[in-house]
Design a protein around this ligand. Structure first.
Ligand SMILES: NC(=O)c1ccc[n+]([C@@H]2O[C@H](COP(=O)([O-])OP(=O)(O)OC[C@H]3O[C@@H](n4cnc5c(N)ncnc54)[C@H](OP(=O)(O)O)[C@@H]3O)[C@@H](O)[C@H]2O)c1
Length: 349
């Protein structure tokens, strides 16, 4: 059996259910539950996981549409992050010190076509991290991508310092919610923006010092007013487009705008003359690529994040735990801006 590949059942194979995409399109149209998917065996350096929970992400919808930076071969199973227990260790993966039955959080690789929306998934050993019992399955799945993204962006890329002002856009969303908590943990004053009063209230609950409804008021004027005209030292931007353009009007001297994503749909262009005149930086962050370039850093960040969690400084905001059959509908809600925090799928009852 080939590690991680989806296979048609033949002879005596164990079967599982998994969401699959057979052709690209809107999640609601192209996602299908298959009940006869062969349970894969881990290949060398891989670990198979009995999935308890899979956290949904905006990119799951992009994957269904074929608009994500990774394009797994069809048919594929989406799902970027899971929690569960180790089912089997592939050859060599015992070197990581993990054991069968251990609770872990993991990132399946999409290259194999098998993501986390399946009863069993496969991950390279470097993508599997132990989790403490203080995290339940939903929280363990939710404390991976968005927190690693926020931690690497704020500590490594933006070098956020205590006492600085952090502006987090889309603060009630997945990556935004984590960034608010991480900004506070790092000793920053956190200003969050979000669309609508309910989301603004979520930002405040998450710990934002100030939350601005950027659909109702001009966040640029508010940020400049709140910082006595200085602007925000670090801007955390998962939205892009107009939000990026306008952020350049309220970034501080020597400020840093960290590009996280483009949920707004338009990829903004940076005016380099403006970058020079106002003396700020526009910084990219592609967290997933640290797995390739510096896997030790991801392990170190995981340890630091678990420590922050144990100290109560970060608590994943899981707004919904939903059943397996609700995946397409919840992905539609994510793309329609109708969710907050993390939506987590209960994969096994
Ligand atoms: N760079 C990295 O390494 C990295 C890692 C993880 C994720 N990401 C990216 O980060 C972005 C956010 O991911 P997420 O999981 O936080 O998503 P999410 O939970 O769906 O939150 C995204 C938020 O973006 C805002 N938004 C603004 N315009 C939108 C639009 N036209 N459609 C949908 N949402 C819009 C919404 O908040 P409001 O309604 O409040 O505006 C929404 O809640 C994605 O682009 C993802 O690919 C990047």
């Amino acid at each position: 059996m080939i590690g991680g590949k989806l296979q048609r059942p033949s002879g005596k194979v164990e079967l599982m259910r998994a969401w699959q995409v057979h052709e690209l399109g809107e999640p609601i149209d192209v996602l299908r539950v298959e009940h006869n998917v062969a349970i894969p065996q881990p290949g060398p350096g891989e670990i198979s996981i009995d999935v308890a929970a899979c956290a949904l992400n905006f990119p799951d919808a992009l994957l269904c549409r074929g608009q994500y930076q990774e394009r797994p071969p069809l048919p594929f199973t989406p799902g970027l992050e899971v929690s569960g227990t180790i089912r089997a260790l592939g050859q060599g993966s015992e070197a990581r010190g993990l054991q069968i039955g251990q609770r872990v959080a993991a990132q399946p690789t999409l290259a194999s076509g098998l993501g986390g929306l399946a009863e069993v998934t496969i991950a390279p050993m470097a993508n599997v991290h132990p989790v403490p019992d203080s995290l339940d399955d939903a929280a363990a799945a939710a404390l991976l991508v968005i927190y690693q993204t926020g931690w690497s962006a704020l500590t490594r890329r933006a070098n956020l310092r205590p006492g600085e002002t952090l502006l987090v856009h889309a603060g009630a969303g997945g990556v935004g919610s984590a960034a608010i908590q991480l900004g506070k943990a790092l000793g920053a004053t956190v200003i969050a923006t979000a669309g609508g009063p309910a989301k603004v209230a979520v930002c405040r609950t998450l710990g934002a010092d100030v939350a601005i409804d950027y659909q109702a008021e001009d966040f640029v004027a508010r940020v400049n007013e709140l910082t006595d005209g200085r602007g925000a030292d670090v801007v955390y931007d998962p939205v892009g487009g107009d939000i990026f353009d306008r952020s350049t009007k309220c970034v501080a001297w020597e400020g840093r705008i960290v590009i996280i994503g483009f949920t707004g749909g338009r990829i903004a262009q940076s005016a380099t003359n403006h970058v020079l005149i106002k003396n700020y930086s526009v910084i990219g962050l592609h967290w997933g690529n640290y797995r390739q370039h510096e896997p030790d850093a991801v392990d170190r960040w995981h340890t630091e994040l678990m420590d922050l969690h144990q100290r109560g400084a970060i608590v994943p905001y899981v707004s919904e735990v939903v059943d397996f059959h609700q995946v397409p509908q919840r992905l539609v809600a994510i793309t329609n801006r109708a969710t907050t925090g993390k939506v987590v799928v209960r994969v096994r009852d």
